[in-house]
Design a protein around this ligand. Structure first.
Ligand code: PMP
Length: 327
């Protein structure tokens, strides 16, 4: 494909067979290489979906400022598209995310507003701060990735069908973590419509409330995680679109071992949420050992986005994490 516009290169990502884990489990585990999107993450799709629908609805007009509260990747997606479409971006982020994300956003020309991390109920949460900023900024558009259902629709229209076509309909299970719920919402809805037998498993880091919601019907959490962009304590409109069969909780140590395992054994550099996803997919494969099942998950972004944390000995030591492999 030849294109003159950056955003035209979003999507149609390769599905990579995770060879070492597939061999070990006797299943076929595939990772959708979303880190290959122009802005480097699965959230480029969300950004394009939200912008496209807002333009069509007349909510986003030439010269407008796009405002969003984000752990970083949706902001980067929006800021990747904005220059060629003639928009500015103001991005509100918690101040504890990896330094790489702030640097990337600034390079893309976005204005970054940092707020202290706090519970959703606190009015200073990045979500509420972004909403207020949009209310007081003339000629602006609030992307609102959590509640704007253009988010799950773009995964229903692109990510789901791509997976289905790449495996010629031979999908047994799909595994995904949740940030806004857009990915699992759109992909699970698409796959279940194609084949209700496809098993959908939610992968949750510690500190997130969805694992207990799926298992016991009530949002509750314990512990914490260094992962970024995933884990949530409320049900969003995008998550409500999801059809989930089961949930699996993944510790940061298992996430880190997966990240180092994929790097050393498969030559794949994946970020923290992808580490959660792949470990949960591998766990599902081990539960179905030697069944040959085809299990798909999302490689949301790259380890390079978290170099200052994932490849930082002092940081890992402080968090009590050990660099080892899965086997
Ligand atoms: N991984 C990363 C690194 C992310 O930034 C996000 C989005 N916040 C996700 C996973 C989760 O995707 P979704 O919002 O579609 O649930």
């Amino acid at each position: 494909m030849i294109t003159g516009l950056t955003w035209e290169a979003i999507g149609k990502t390769p599905l990579i067979k995770l060879e070492s884990l597939s061999k070990h489990s006797g299943c076929e585990i595939f990772g959708k290489a979303e880190f290959l999107n122009p802005g480097g993450s699965v959230k480029d799709r969300t950004a394009l979906g939200i912008i496209s629908e807002a333009r069509e609805a007349g909510l986003l007009k030439p010269g407008y400022t796009i405002i969003e509260g984000t752990a970083g990747n949706t902001g980067i997606g929006l800021a990747t598209i904005a220059p060629q479409m003639g928009y500015c971006c103001k991005i509100v982020m918690p101040n504890n995310q990896s330094q790489e994300k702030y640097d990337i956003l600034k390079a893309l020309g976005a204005e970054v507003i940092m707020v202290p991390p706090c519970p959703f109920a606190n009015e200073n949460h990045f979500y509420h701060t972004a909403m207020r900023l949009a209310q007081t900024t003339p000629q602006s558009f609030w992307a609102n990735q959590f509640e704007n259902t253009a988010n799950y629709r773009v995964h229903y229209q692109t990510t789901g069908p791509e997976i289905w076509e790449q495996l010629k309909g031979q999908v047994d299970a799909f595994v995904s973590a949740v940030g806004t719920g857009g990915t699992i919402g759109g992909v699970s809805k698409f796959l279940k419509e194609k084949n209700p037998k496809v098993h959908i498993r939610l992968a949750d880091p510690l500190g997130s409330g969805l694992y207990s919601y799926i298992k016991e019907g009530a949002i509750a959490s314990a512990g914490s995680s260094i992962t970024e962009g995933i884990g949530i304590m409320r049900l969003t409109e995008n998550f409500k679109a999801a059809v989930v069969d089961d949930a699996f909780q993944v510790t940061d140590q298992n996430m880190l071992s997966t990240v180092y395992h994929l790097a050393k054994c498969d030559g794949l550099l994946v970020g923290t949420s992808a580490g959660i996803n792949v470990f949960a997919a591998y766990q599902y494969a081990m539960e179905n050992k030697n069944s040959g099942k085809k299990i798909v998950t999302i490689l949301c972004d790259s380890a390079l986005r978290y170099q200052s944390k994932l490849f930082n000995e002092a940081f890992l030591k402080e968090k009590g994490l050990v660099k080892n492999l899965l086997f």
